[in-house]
Write a protein that binds this ligand. Sequence first.
Ligand SMILES: [Zn+2]
Length: 459
Amino acid sequence: MSSEPAPEDALLFWPRERVRALQDRLLRETIALCWEGHPYYGRLLRECSLTPADFQTTADLVKLPITTKHQFLADPEAFRLRMPAGAPLEAQVLWEVMYTTGTTSGQPAPIYTTTWDHYTYLVHARRCATILGLSERDVVANVFPLAPFPLGAYVRSAHQAAAAGAAIITINPGRPSPHFPVHRSLDDAVRLVAVHRATLIWGIASFVRRLLLRARELGADFSSLRGVSVTGEAVSPALREELRRLLRELGSQEAVVLNRYGSTEMGSMLECVPGSGWHNPSPDQFFYEVVDPERGMRLGNGEVGLLLATHLQRRGTVLLRYAIGDLVALTEEVCPHCGRTSERVISQPVRTKELVKIKGTLVNLEALREALEGVPALEEYQIVVQKSDPADPFSLDELLLRLAAPPEQQEAVAAAVSARTLALTHLRPRVEFVPRDVLFDPAVNVKAQRILDRRPPTE
Ligand SMILES: [Zn+2]
């Protein structure tokens, strides 16, 4: 470690008890505001016969029922805090609205951000910059999609760069609008990264990977790149290694692959070094806990359960005990790499919706993804769960793997993929080969759809 941390970073090194005392005070403030002016939690507290006096410390949060993503998406307006008259102007003014991507319904939900929330984000972003080593000398290429609704990662890239004093260029890839010619192609993205001598690329993992592959095909000069920062999808060690290899082949000296974990609702958690686990950079803004997904009781260090996030300083959209839908393990042990005391997520997050039953067997599709990402010569893939007879909802489940690979290598790829799938899931997949753009066309989508469950929903 270098010298003293900046003032806003000091709390990341505090003893846990001191952090806890700060979190307790901020929680009391948040609960009091929710009691007065939060439609959803004001009602929930009263329904549960709870009052603000019942919440003295973060340990008391277990009294409050969990909020699921489904509940938030069903009525996002009910999660917007109404501030009392006389509150600071920053806490009353709407700064911006971002959207969180919906679940299977596809309907995005607004996240209201007041000036107060924006400022807290800038503090959070400064801390992130310190952990990531982002500086005034960096030139960031934002390749997050220009989507029909402002995505958190897209909007916040500019804020993150601003907080660090870095330069940023916004590429605007994505599905072309039928009304306005404002989106850029993959080749344009390659050209702009080279023209601006970007030092970092920020984007969704599958898109960044394709961007690097295309840069290699075009012989682009990417030697200015220090690395990439990816989010939005689980990044397996194999994918991380492949991104690093591509960066090196493109002339990047450092070839850093930063893997963020987070969401629009929660903000991001970061690794200080690869494999350190994801730190909570702002324990004064987010309280995290892990609970047993079946029975709801709080779990301890290193135990895998449902991750819940509680906002401690927000004044727009406020969420308490919010389950994003990931299974993780948290630890409060001091990080052996950087000495920070803030808690870390120390297991690869698993989306609960990616634990599915196929032919009656519980299969971790996320683990299958990881296994496939290490297969040599596999260019793209998609895991499909469907009925063997689409017309018959009662026919057997089928695991279909749609793959893209060079023709001369398809036989070897199919054998390797089948063997890995069988070992991991005890299911024998059906394999089919298709052109790589059928599985993921960056001109149409900015994110590869790696897992597709086509079975009719069951209630
Ligand atoms: Zn660390």
